[in-house]
Each structure stands twice: as C-alpha cells, then as structure tokens.
Design a protein around this ligand. Structure first.
Ligand SMILES: [Zn+2]
Length: 91
C-alpha cells in the first residue's frame, strides 16, 4: 500500500522491476503549471512556479506582483482595461 501522500492521481507512476522478481511503482514529483492571465491566457511573469507546500512558505509579496490585478491579469490586458475604463468615463 502506498503512503498516503502517494495516493493521488496527480503524481505520475512508472512500474519498475525489482531484483527479486517483483514489481513496484516509482512516483515522480508533481508537475506544476505556471500562472496564466485570466483574460488572454498568457503566462504571467514574476510569479513563482512551485508546489503548494512551498508556495505557503513564501511571503505574500513574493507570490504576486504588487499592482492592481497582479497575479490575475497580464500587463497588456491591464493596460487595455484601464484605457477602456477611462474612455468610458470621458463619454
Ligand atoms: Zn492577458
């Protein structure tokens, strides 16, 4: 029976032959996807890509960019949204 931390389908497994003739699973580390812009899907820069257990050890300012919608929108989408907001206010 695998350890409780290994009992997830998020980890890739490979079957290995053992010297005694048996077989056992070897578990690979979880792959972590990078954060993406909520609007265009572009990869967000300045945000670390690591597993949840290591992200919890970072400070809040290390987890996201310090601007409005930092960590949600990329700089181009934010620029576009701000321009649209100002243009609608002028009308
Ligand atoms: Zn974007």
């Amino acid at each position: 029976m695998p350890r409780p931390s290994q009992r997830t389908r998020a980890r890739k497994r490979s079957s290995k032959r053992l010297p005694g003739g048996g077989a056992a699973f070897h578990y690979k580390k979880e792959k972590v996807g990078s954060s993406r812009c909520a609007r265009c899907g572009r990869v967000l820069s300045g945000i670390p890509k690591s597993v949840q257990s290591k992200m919890g050890k970072l400070t809040a300012s290390q987890k996201r960019i310090q601007r409005i919608y930092g960590g949600q929108l990329c700089h181009l989408c934010l620029q576009y949204s701000l321009k649209q907001a100002v243009r609608e206010r002028i009308k």
